[in-house]
Design a protein. Structure first.
Length: 123
C-alpha cells in the first residue's frame, strides 16, 4: 500500500547533508506561501517538532522548532531547539542548531541529523 507520509519521511532522510554549521535538506523548495506552510506542517508533524511563529522575509522563511522530549523519564534527552530556514534566493532548506551553553550536544548539527533519523525510524 502506498503511504505518502512514509515517502515524505524517507525523501527527507535521504536528502540530509550535515555540514559544520547546519543540516541541509536537499529537496525541491515549496513554490508558494501555502505550499511552504503545508511542507512545514508535514515536517513538524512527522519529526515531532513544535513550530514557533514563523518569520517571513522577501525571499526567506524561518521558524524556530522545538523537539518533543525524547524520553521524559531521563534527564539527558530533553527537548532542544533548532532554526528551520527556507531561502528561495539560495534555493536551500536547512536546520541550524540554536545555542544553549547548558546543552552542548544539541549545538552540533550531527545531533539534529541523528534526531531526524531516530524520528524517521518511528514512522
Amino acid at each position: 500500500m502506498h503511504n505518502p507520509s512514509h515517502h515524505f519521511v524517507t525523501d527527507i532522510i535521504s536528502a540530509l547533508h550535515t555540514t559544520q554549521s547546519s543540516v541541509q535538506i536537499a529537496v525541491p523548495l515549496p513554490m508558494s506561501p501555502l505550499k511552504t506552510e503545508q511542507w512545514v506542517n508535514q515536517f513538524t508533524s512527522h519529526f515531532s517538532f513544535q513550530p514557533s511563529q514563523p518569520d517571513w522575509g522577501a525571499d526567506r522563511y524561518q521558524v524556530v522548532l522545538t523537539s518533543a522530549d525524547q524520553n521524559p523519564s531521563t534527564s539527558d534527552k530533553k527537548a532542544f531547539q533548532c532554526l528551520l530556514c527556507i531561502e528561495w534566493l539560495c534555493e536551500a532548506i536547512w536546520l541550524e542548531p540554536i545555542g544553549n551553553e547548558h546543552v552542548g550536544m544539541t549545538q552540533n548539527p550531527g545531533f539534529i541529523s541523528d534526531y531526524l533519523k531516530q524520528q524517521a525510524a518511528l514512522v
